[in-house]
Design a protein around this ligand. Structure first.
Ligand code: ARG
Length: 467
């Protein structure tokens, strides 16, 4: 291309004597990553063209040509035969240039009453909205599998931990349901992201609105937006919904990372509480015995990366003056990577959970060969009238006595119990059985089977809700 040809190929050649330097172009072009906005860009342009015609800013004829041309480009991109050009910088100019090459003058009218600043904002709003819905579906799939695993294993008792020390016996299902409800908050957080992405920015122009008699409500309706930005500066500057997406994504990943951490040690020989499906693990190239929980480890690892994208976005926007600054182009790669990462992590996690084998005998042994029933011992005395502080001390002494003798509470004779308090009688043995410990915790939200069944009911109702 000659210098003059290059200059006129660009969309702002008029003001310039030279075309953009090649290296500078490569540095500032976003096409390599924003091409994934092609659908939203075309959808947005179609709505814009319809509106321009409806408001008689362009002719109906031109609008028809534009729309047909855009649809052709969409088909071409989806078939993989659209050549994205770095000289055309971004998705908006790549599409507009080819459209104009294809349909002539009408193509040159599409950008009337529009700037790339409100155009890119529109594309990103549409994209985030769409991605939120996909993420929510994947959250639901994982919730379903967690609920199914909890129902299937109802009755399995395992130690509940604090400080990673056996604390009190709980139902394994209760533990799984904790993650169900954490994911429900993630689901709700993404609904909040959707609400903040559901505001229509087009019509803000470069920053101050437009001199043309546009109809923003028409565009909002065409694209199914709930609201319209009432301030053009806010419309082109706002990246809150992206920060919020990354924040919801980070919290979601933190939840998955906590679950990963637990699954990783549950899989170890030391715990041996669960076994992952062979198809979900890898071996070692050197150590023949290894079966590694790579997937939870990778999810835990990728959490850092998503948090990094949130930090990057917050830092990019911090101190940015209104309205558009090229810094804002940095809103894309991190977001796109976070989207891919959380979608992939959720999808693999749904499989991990459905393939996970629960080793109930080992969990049971971990409960029996320990003192996680010591609180129940104290509660037993309290119910016989002993003040809790005193009961706590008696139970502590009994635990100490057992540790010295290398036995557990259930192995003590009634006489031994009575040596520590005359309130003990034969019912104590039943009171410290794991089943009793669990089912006595029947307070709302407790670990008893009844309480967990109530959680199942709530979970079933949540999964039945439309959204
Ligand atoms: N590629 C740009 C971005 O992603 C589009 C908006 C460009 N606007 C501008 N005035 N340079 O942010």
């Amino acid at each position: 291309m000659s210098e003059n040809e290059k200059k006129s190929a660009s969309l702002w050649g008029g003001r310039f004597e030279k075309s953009t330097d090649e290296m500078i172009n490569e540095f500032q072009a976003s096409i390599n990553f924003d091409k994934r906005l092609y659908r939203e860009d075309i959808e947005g342009s179609i709505a814009h063209a319809k509106m321009l015609a409806k408001c008689e800013i362009i002719s109906g004829d031109d609008a028809e040509k534009i729309i047909a041309g855009l649809k052709k480009i969409l088909a071409k991109i989806e078939a993989g035969d659209f050549e994205f050009k770095i000289e055309l910088e971004d998705i908006h100019m790549n599409i507009e240039k080819i459209l104009t090459d294809d349909i002539g003058e009408a193509g040159g009218r599409l950008h009337t009453a529009r700037s790339r600043n409100d155009q890119v904002a529109l594309d990103m709003h549409l994209h985030v909205r769409r991605q939120v819905e996909e993420v929510q579906k994947l959250i639901r799939d994982l919730q379903k599998n967690l609920l199914a695993a909890a129902k299937k294993n109802l009755g399995v008792i395992c130690p509940g931990y604090t400080h990673l020390q056996r604390a009190q016996p709980i139902l394994f299902s209760h533990h799984l349901m904790a993650y169900f409800f954490m994911l429900q908050r993630d689901f709700d957080r993404f609904a909040g992201v959707f609400a903040r992405a559901d505001i229509m920015p087009l019509g803000a122009g470069a920053l101050a609105g437009t001199t043309f008699p546009i109809d923003r409500k028409f565009v909002a309706d065409e694209l199914n937006f709930g609201e319209i930005y009432l301030n053009s500066l806010d419309a082109v500057s706002d990246r809150d919904y992206i920060m919020e997406f990354l924040s919801a994504a980070s919290i979601l990943m933190i939840h998955l990372s906590r679950l990963s951490e637990e699954i990783i040690f549950w899989c170890s020989r030391e715990f041996n509480f669960v076994e992952l499906d062979d198809a979900h693990c890898t071996g070692s190239s050197m150590m023949p015995q290894k079966k590694n929980p790579d997937v939870p480890e990778l999810v835990r690892g990728k959490t850092g990366r998503v948090i990094g994208h949130l930090t990057a976005m917050l830092t990019t926007v911090k101190s940015l003056p209104l309205a558009y600054n090229k810094d804002l182009q940095e809103d894309k790669e991190g977001l796109f990577d976070a989207i891919d990462t959380i979608k992939f992590s959720l999808a693999v996690y749904a499989q991990i959970i459905s393939g996970m084998k629960v080793k109930s005998e080992n969990m049971r042994r971990a409960v029996e060969e320990d003192f996680s029933n010591a609180t129940d011992l104290a509660d037993y005395l309290v119910k016989k009238g002993v003040p809790f502080r005193h009961a706590h001390e008696i139970s502590g002494k009994l635990v100490h006595h057992c540790i010295e003798r290398g036995i557990y509470l259930k192995d003590l004779s009634l006489d031994e119990f009575k040596n520590f308090s005359d309130k003990f009688d034969a019912e104590i043995y039943d009171a410290i059985k794991p089943e009793t410990c669990v089912n006595n915790r029947n307070s709302l939200g407790g670990t008893s089977q009844k309480s967990v069944e109530l959680q199942f009911e709530k979970a079933d109702a949540i999964l039945k809700e439309k959204k």
